[in-house]
Design a protein around this ligand. Structure first.
Ligand SMILES: Nc1nc2c(ncn2[C@@H]2O[C@H](COP(=O)(O)OP(=O)(O)OP(=O)(O)O)[C@@H](O)[C@H]2O)c(=O)[nH]1
Ligand SMILES: [Mg+2]
Length: 345
C-alpha cells in the first residue's frame, strides 16, 4: 500500500474532488479545504452589494432634488421631456388633455410664445485635420464640442433645419473640424468628440490638440457650445475639457441635448445639478439650455442664442418679416387668380 513518508497536505478544490472519497481511500492523507469558490463569491457579492448600495444612494439623492417650478414649467411648456404617453387612441388623448390641465393647475400657464427664427442656408465649405487647413477668418463663428456621440452634428442639423451634416449612432464619426457656412453671415463649426470613441488613442490625442489649437488661435470664434447628454449630465471628460476651455477665456454655453429621452421631473433635476456644477467656471454661462435635436424641441431658443452671439438676430428677424410679407402677397395673388378664374367661368 502506498505510504507517504510524512503526512501530505494536499490542497484540493472542494468542487473538483469529493473529500469524503479521498479520506476513505487514503486515510493518511490530510485533506485541507481551501479557497471555497462559494465563499469567494459571497465575499465578492458583498462587495458588489456595497458598491451597488452606493449607486442606489446616488440615485436616491438625485431623486430627492426638488427642482424649482419655473424649470418644470419651461420643460412642460416646451414639450422637452420624454413624452408620457406613446399610444394615440382617443382615450389616451383625453387622458393627456386632462393631465395637461392638471399640470397647468399645478405649475401655472404652460403656453409659451417663441420667436420663430430661421438660420440662413447651411453649406459645408472646409474640413481641417491639421491647423494649416483652417479656412481664413472672415466671419464670426460658433463651435460645437462635447463627448463623442452626444449629438453635436445632429444639433447643427436641427438648428439649420437641414440634413447636410453627417450623423451616426457609432461614436467617433466626425474626425476633423468641419466648417459650415450659414449664408455668408456666419460659420458653424462641428468638432470631433472627446471621451469614448471607436478610434485609436493616438487619433483622439490628435483631435484634442487640433481642437485646442483652433480654440486658442481663432480670432473669429465667438462662443463654444458644449453639448452634454441630458441622461448623464456633466461627466469627467466634460469637466477636464471645460477646465481647459475656461482658461482660454472663450465664452461657453452648455446645452443639454437628447432631452426627449428623460422624463420631465428628472430633466428638471438634471438641470439643477448641471447648473450647480457650472458655478465654478468663470466663462461658462450658468444657465444651461435644454434641447432635443430629434424632436426639434427647445431649438428656437438655441437658434436665437446663436443668432444673438454672431450679431445676426436683427437680420434674421427682417428675413422672417420679408418672408411673411411675400407669403401674404402670394396668398393675395392666389386669391385674385382664383377670383379671375371663377369670373371667367
Ligand atoms: N433621441 C435622441 N437622439 C439623438 C439626439 N441627438 C442626436 N441623437 C442621436 O445620437 C446619435 C449621435 O448623433 P451625432 O450627431 O452623430 O453625434 P456626434 O456628437 O456628432 O458624434 P461624433 O461625431 O461621433 O462625435 C445619432 O444616432 C443621433 O440620431 C436627440 O436629441 N435625441
Ligand atoms: Mg459628429
Amino acid at each position: 500500500m502506498f505510504r507517504p513518508l510524512c503526512p501530505l497536505k494536499i490542497l484540493i478544490k472542494t468542487h473538483q474532488i469529493n473529500n469524503f472519497m479521498i479520506s476513505n481511500r487514503f486515510p493518511s492523507l490530510k485533506v485541507i479545504k481551501v479557497a471555497e469558490p462559494r465563499r469567494i463569491s459571497t465575499i465578492s457579492n458583498k462587495a458588489f452589494v456595497k458598491s451597488n448600495r452606493h449607486e442606489i444612494s446616488n440615485r436616491k439623492k438625485f431623486r430627492q432634488i426638488n427642482p424649482p417650478p419655473s424649470i418644470l414649467r419651461e420643460i412642460e411648456a416646451l414639450g422637452l421631456g420624454k413624452p408620457r404617453r406613446t399610444k394615440t387612441s382617443r382615450f389616451a388623448t383625453k387622458v393627456a388633455i386632462v393631465g395637461r390641465k392638471k399640470l397647468e393647475n399645478k405649475l401655472g400657464n404652460l403656453k409659451v410664445e417663441q420667436e420663430k427664427l430661421e438660420l440662413p442656408h447651411l453649406s459645408f465649405f472646409a474640413g481641417a485635420k491639421i491647423p494649416s487647413s483652417f479656412p481664413p477668418e472672415r466671419v464670426s463663428e460658433v463651435a460645437f464640442v462635447g463627448r463623442s456621440n452626444v449629438g453635436k452634428s445632429s444639433l447643427i442639423n436641427a438648428l439649420a433645419d437641414t440634413t447636410v451634416v453627417r450623423t451616426s449612432d457609432k461614436p467617433g464619426l466626425t474626425r476633423q473640424i468641419n466648417f459650415y457656412a450659414a449664408g455668408k453671415i456666419f460659420n458653424m463649426v462641428d468638432m470631433p468628440g472627446y471621451g469614448f470613441a471607436y478610434v485609436k488613442e493616438e487619433e483622439k490625442t490628435q483631435w484634442r490638440e487640433l481642437m485646442e489649437t483652433y480654440i486658442s488661435t481663432r480670432k473669429t470664434l465667438r462662443k463654444i457650445f458644449v453639448i452634454v447628454d441630458a441622461r448623464h449630465g456633466i461627466k469627467l471628460a466634460d469637466v477636464e475639457f471645460l477646465e481647459v476651455l475656461d482658461k482660454k477665456g472663450v465664452e461657453i454655453q452648455i446645452v443639454l441635448t437628447k432631452c426627449d429621452m428623460v422624463i420631465p421631473p428628472d430633466l428638471a433635476r438634471r438641470y439643477v445639478v448641471v447648473k450647480e456644477k457650472l458655478q465654478h467656471y468663470k466663462n461658462v454661462a450658468d444657465d444651461p439650455l435644454m434641447v432635443s435635436a430629434r424632436k426639434k424641441t427647445g431649438i428656437l431658443k438655441l437658434r436665437k442664442e446663436v443668432l444673438r452671439t454672431v450679431d445676426a438676430l436683427e437680420k434674421a428677424r427682417q428675413a422672417i418679416q420679408k418672408k411673411s410679407v411675400l407669403i401674404e402677397n402670394d396668398i393675395i395673388k392666389g386669391r385674385l387668380n382664383e377670383n379671375c378664374v371663377t369670373k371667367k367661368r
